[in-house]
Design a protein around this ligand. Structure first.
Ligand code: SF4
Length: 326
């Protein structure tokens, strides 16, 4: 847990406290910079990718009428994040579901609240992870003006992307995602690519990597799909990337990157490997010795220690209610 015990703040509802009460007391600084994945619209998404584990997280809140983060929780979160952040450059990460479903006005409110609570010498940097399909000119103007960094989910060329990333009606999404990506690039917005590696694209590393180079991707993260499935002999789903194949995929991309693209393309996995070689600490939480460096705040203010532990039985640190960390 990255907060030292005396620096922990209490999420809404736990021990009968409201998150708003903490506006009245000075917040201690965290011991080091941190990232929180904020879910201002919970797991609500306009797509229905068949491998998405997060869509089902609405089951954590049966009967919930709205998954929009209420204004008072939003302001309390922004205030506490700013107050506890130990550096003058303060990072926010907005995730979903699909955060653009909240609409531009909601994000305008977010930056207004950040300006309201930011210390005079502080600087806010916002990041947003999107599927890209709802990005239009208005979004791009706003994101460019406010200096947002954007991560966009693309699983490679059309056929590989559309093998899993579908609308609720089962329609493909690559075309819309690419339109969003091109618009973001046109507006000069820093745009990272997040590629889920699954059983369909893992055997085509050159095709996947060259596609990303062709669309001028400059920072690429490859995320292996692993879906536990107890009723299969393998213990994982058929979509899951086989470990050997994932290793071969990364090696093939590394070879091509080393021959042609050093200094032009950044690959998160390569950077992580280089960190070890250089004796540096890993930046990516899955490689760290302990989990919990990237906690999650859900739409209602519930606070979880990690994206992988959003269950009602999550108990970490001092747990006063299943699923809530204090
Ligand atoms: S776009 Fe992201 S949140 Fe939406 S269904 Fe696909 S993987 Fe899940």
């Amino acid at each position: 847990m990255f907060f030292r015990k005396r620096q922990v703040y209490i999420p809404p509802g736990s021990l009968g406290f409201s998150i708003l009460r903490h506006k009245d007391r000075a917040m201690a600084k965290a011991s080091r910079p941190y990232q929180i994945l904020a879910k201002p619209i919970g797991s609500i998404c306009n797509l229905s990718c068949d491998y998405c584990y997060y869509l089902r997280k609405d089951g954590l809140y049966p009967g919930e009428k709205s998954f929009r983060m209420p204004d008072d929780v939003l302001e309390a979160y922004i205030l506490q994040h700013i107050e506890t952040y130990p550096d003058p450059v303060i990072n926010f990460s907005w995730h979903g579901g699909e955060p653009t479903l909240l609409g531009l006005d909601h994000f305008r409110k977010i930056v207004e609240l950040q300006r309201k609570h930011k210390p005079p010498e502080g600087q806010i940097i916002n990041g947003m992870q999107t599927n890209g399909t709802l990005i239009d000119e208005d979004w791009c103007r706003f994101l460019a003006e406010e200096g947002f960094a954007v991560g966009i989910s693309l699983d490679g060329p059309e056929g590989m992307h559309d093998s899993h990333r579908l609308t609720r009606a089962g329609n493909p999404t690559h075309k819309q995602a690419m339109q969003g990506y091109e618009l973001l690039r046109k507006h000069g917005i820093l745009c990272d690519i997040l590629c889920v590696v699954h059983s369909k694209n893992v055997h085509h590393p050159a095709e996947v990597y060259r596609f990303f180079k062709q669309i001028k991707g400059s920072y690429i993260s490859f995320l292996p799909l692993v879906e536990p499935q107890a009723d299969r002999d393998a213990g994982v789903s058929s979509r899951t990337v086989p470990p050997d194949a994932f290793g071969a995929f990364l090696c093939a991309i590394f070879d091509e990157w080393m021959n042609r693209d050093i200094g032009r393309v950044k690959i998160q996995m390569v950077e992580e490997a280089a960190r070890t070689a250089l004796g540096q600490e890993h930046a990516l939480c899955i490689f760290k010795k302990t989990c919990g460096d990237v906690p999650v705040i859900e739409h209602n203010g519930d606070f979880f220690p990690a994206i992988t532990s959003l269950t009602r039985n999550t108990i970490s640190g001092i747990s006063v209610k299943p699923g809530w960390l204090i």
